[in-house]
Design a protein around this ligand. Structure first.
Ligand code: NAP
Length: 314
């Protein structure tokens, strides 16, 4: 089977394709024939060594974390799933990768893919969808009538965050460059801002919730946009940010939260259900697995509108 791996940290050019034996599932594992793989910014942050304190020095490593596919064989302790089930999910990206023809997964890492969902849509959901869901359910009590700012809203997490916030009755202001604006409006944003034309920090409005996805609006800068009782959510879990958030939250009613996305079968299923019911999963581009370098280079350079997905097998 083909698998995309790398033997050192570096640019996307360290990635290469190898032929390896199909893995054999252990007692609590399943062998999944991969159909599609979703691209996430974390993929290249790991390849480039930005989180090497966590990912370590052991090579080769494989790439990607969100996938969908069909179960081809199962270990003897598997109860819930059976051979032939279509599934999707996310593996621990700090330990392994999914961009290859077959992967091993455990029951906790997957959920059933509804028949009404394509394999590409399913592979676009796990990290972005669960991140948005967790931000808006674990960090905020009620969104009805609340003013929400989503800074960096036109890629995967923003796509889900806008739609969740709107479905709960929030007023959403979404920020991206102009190319993303038709999507921001389609997903339900009430106001859109082009960061090339307007500084978000110049806004006169104050927000109940700020979701910061661009790495450009620090908590310090965001404070002037926050109401007296409000929440800022960052997606950058650095040590300094945790220290800052902990010390801030002891005294201030302007709360500073940091997302550490955790996947589980229940939220994967909930998201799949939402998409079947009509939540938009916009896939701007699909690449064959063989074009892995072009795909990553393009997404790193140009960004993603909604999600970009590899079609591994049909
Ligand atoms: N901590 C966690 O558990 C966790 C989980 C999931 C994701 N994340 C992180 O969350 C972030 C968002 O991920 P994503 O998948 O949605 O994709 P992404 O490609 O990182 O999305 C970036 C967004 O920021 C916008 N942007 C770029 N420059 C901006 C600026 N100066 N001001 C405002 N917006 C700007 C982009 O719009 P344009 O394309 O128009 O420039 C795009 O909408 C990533 O950093 C990812 O690693 C963290």
């Amino acid at each position: 089977m083909k698998k995309i791996i790398y033997d050192q940290y570096g640019s996307v050019d360290v990635l290469h394709s190898v032929e390896v034996n199909k893995p054999v599932p252990g007692k609590e594992q399943m062998l999944v024939k991969v159909k599609a793989v979703g691209i996430n910014p974390l993929d290249w942050k790991i390849i480039m060594g930005e989180v090497k304190l966590v990912t370590g020095k052991k090579f080769p490593k494989s790439v990607g974390c969100d996938f969908s596919g069909t179960i081809e064989s199962i270990g003897q302790d598997i109860q819930k799933f059976k051979i032939g089930d279509d599934v999707f999910g996310v593996i621990n990206p700090f330990k392994e990768g999914v961009l290859g023809e077959y992967i091993l997964v455990t029951e906790k890492e997957i959920a059933w893919k509804p028949a009404d969902l394509s394999f590409e849509q399913a592979a676009a959901i796990p990290t972005a969808g669960q991140s948005a869901l967790q931000m808006l359910t674990q960090n905020v009590s009620s969104l009805s009538g609340k003013e929400v700012l989503i800074n960096g809203a036109s890629a995967g997490v923003g796509m889900f965050a806008i739609q969740f916030a709107k479905s709960q009755g929030a007023m959403v202001t979404a920020v991206s460059s102009a190319k993303g604006h038709p999507l921001l409006k389609k997903w339900g944003s009430d106001f859109v801002i082009d960061y090339n034309k307007e500084k978000v920090t110049d806004l006169k409005k104050k927000f109940d919730v700020i979701i910061e996805l661009s790495a450009k609006l620090s908590f310090g800068k965001a404070k002037k946009l926050m109401k007296a009782n409000s929440t800022y959510i960052s997606v950058t879990p650095s040590l300094w940010n945790f220290v800052h958030s902990f010390s801030n939250n002891l005294l201030s009613r302007k709360k500073y939260k940091i997302l550490l996305m955790k996947s589980d079968t229940r939220s994967l299923s909930q998201l799949a259900h939402e998409v079947v019911k009509g939540m938009d999963v916009y896939i701007s581009k699909t690449y064959p697995m063989a074009d892995y370098k072009e795909a990553y280079k393009t997404v790193i350079k140009e960004g993603a509108l909604g999600k970009v997905v590899f079609n591994v097998a049909s």
